[in-house]
Design a protein around this ligand. Structure first.
Ligand code: GLU
Length: 523
């Protein structure tokens, strides 16, 4: 006898999905859900599906849809199937799947597992008020349950508004095991004949989500625990349609500092905001991963690769996670420190460019970014500190190196080094007041300008030598030249090593700014 073995390729494949409703920004909670799904898929070699749940036609917008995709791309959470990339189980946008919901609804009606209800919204409201008054559970009372299919058909033909309800079995219970939260059991008597299709013909969330997850062969439903109370109803729908019930993993709630569910009230919670503030996507991914998951309760810093290796649903916590912006900043700074100099420079370059600090003629060779072999101090400045006309990115490289770990957040880059690129940089009035208003300052700055102008080879050692020699000559501390000089050149009292700043500014700019400050100080 010959046995023919068939293999169903979808059988053992892990398929997960992120199913946002396009009704607002991609926020921290949604991004965390997307990330856990993505990590689980990438770790297991599974498939990550993006499905857009736009059955709330009133609140769904194109703008939100685009924003969600943009946020996911920024985070680097790529999807294998989705509205823009397609796949075998599409369409991936619920408004285009109406026929599938109606096909499955028809099956339920035929099997007697769903029925049409013609109760008016007014009657349902009265019922609700009555139940509330009598302190009874709010439930549909089943008035239309007894209508025959023929009676219902006639009413539909006559144009009576109607909805479709699930016929909840009177006995029994819905059970499911949640990977995070454990076993759940809900008696059917606690559930009512809930709505599957609304009067406008659109499916309810509970119905659409089951039809989609089943037809898209989703193996694990990983989502926020605000949906756990929906799960018993969804289990009923799976069973009624003869679909396999997926595994569930409900992720803990994310709380703000006041222990209330994280929301707009807590300030920045949208991913767009973090992108605008120039946080690093890898840092954001790292931080989001920690909102409900930990590896060993100790390690906090993870590369994307380490997360995909180490992530497991079993280690997701039942307890709410606390969103802590300071920790987010700390993780971001740690990731920034770990970037290679060339990566830092590229990030800083983009920030300065976006903020208009990089002039149009800034010469950048993005095809061949900064040469790491570049020896600081030799390229791309000429000996006299003037720009060589070569790759300006090289100068930026030196500036960023001089800044060292002082730069923790990319968004602060213009504040730290904007004066290298613009003449109308920010000036700290207190610094001017403290360092430039004394009587002797203009003369000192003029002399310093003269000495530096006389240098025909501009490097750090020579510049320092000149400054110190001038201080000796004038019988003052070098600081008496350095402090006002720093304010004159940078607008503030904090900068990288001032001699290096002078070299990197170049002779022309240094002399010009020292003289200008001397002029202002004189007034
Ligand atoms: N569209 C639902 C939401 O945004 C998704 C629920 C689910 O993942 O089942 O909350």
């Amino acid at each position: 006898m010959i046995t023919i073995m068939t293999t169903d390729s979808s059988k053992n494949t892990i398929r997960v999905r992120f199913a946002p409703s396009p009704t607002g920004h991609l926020h921290v909670g949604g991004a965390r859900t997307a990330l856990y799904n993505w990590l689980y898929a990438r770790k297991t070699g599974g498939v990550f599906v993006l499905r857009i749940e736009d059955t709330d036609a009133q609140r769904s917008t194109r703008e939100s849809y685009e924003g969600i995709l943009r946020g996911m791309r920024w985070l680097g959470l790529d999807w294998d199937e989705g509205p823009d990339v397609g796949g075998d189980y599409g369409p991936y946008i619920q408004s285009a799947r109406g026929v599938l919901y109606h096909t499955d609804a028809a099956r339920l009606i035929e099997d007697g597992k769903a029925y049409h209800c013609f109760c008016t919204p007014e009657r349902l409201e009265e019922l609700r008020l009555e139940q509330k008054e009598k302190r009874l559970p709010i439930k549909y009372d089943g008035l239309c349950r007894g209508l025959s299919v023929e009676e219902a058909d006639e009413k539909i033909k006559a144009g009576d508004p109607h909805i479709l309800r699930f016929r909840m079995p009177e006995e029994g219970e819905a059970r499911f095991r949640d990977i995070v939260r454990g076993d759940f059991k809900t008696a059917n008597t606690e559930l009512d004949d809930f709505v599957l299709i609304k009067s406008d013909g659109l499916p309810t969330y509970n119905f659409a989500v089951v039809v989609d997850d089943a037809r898209m062969k989703i193996s694990h439903v990983i989502r926020g625990d605000d949906h756990i109370s929906n799960t018993p109803r969804q289990v009923h729908i799976y069973l009624a349609l003869g679909y396999k019930v997926p595994k569930f993993a409900h992720l803990p709630m994310i709380l703000g500092g006041d222990r209330a569910r994280l929301s707009k009230r807590h300030g920045a919670v949208s991913i767009d905001w973090y992108a605008d503030q120039q946080y690093l996507p890898d840092a954001m991914v790292n931080y989001l991963a920690l909102l409900g998951w930990s590896f060993d309760d100790k390690q906090e810093l993870f590369s994307r690769k380490a997360l995909t290796d180490k992530f497991s649903l079993k280690k997701v916590s039942k307890n709410p996670a606390m969103f802590d912006n300071d920790k987010m900043e700390y993780i971001n700074a740690e990731h920034f420190k770990k970037l290679t100099p060339a990566q830092k420079v590229m990030h800083v370059y983009h920030v300065l460019k976006d903020e208009g600090y990089i002039p149009g003629d800034f010469h950048v060779d993005l095809e061949n970014p900064v040469d790491l072999k570049l020896v600081p101090g030799t390229e791309p400045l000429t000996g006299n500190g003037e720009k060589s006309g070569g790759d300006e990115l090289g100068r930026l490289f030196l500036i960023v190196s001089a800044l060292g770990n002082r730069l923790k957040l990319l968004k602060d880059a213009p504040g730290h080094i904007g004066y290298f690129f613009k003449d109308d940089y920010e000036v700290d009035d207190n610094a001017v007041e403290t360092h430039l208003t004394r009587r002797e300052v203009p003369e000192r700055l003029e002399k310093l300008a003269d000495k530096l102008a006389g240098l025909n080879y501009f490097d750090r050692e020579r510049v320092e030598e000149v400054v110190r020699a001038l201080a000796d000559e004038m019988e003052i501390e070098a600081g008496e030249l350095i402090h006002p000089g720093r304010v004159a050149l940078t607008g503030g009292t904090v900068s990288p090593d001032i001699f290096q700043v002078i070299v990197l500014l170049g002779k022309g700019k240094t002399v010009e700014r020292l003289r200008k400050a001397a002029g202002i100080a004189k007034q």
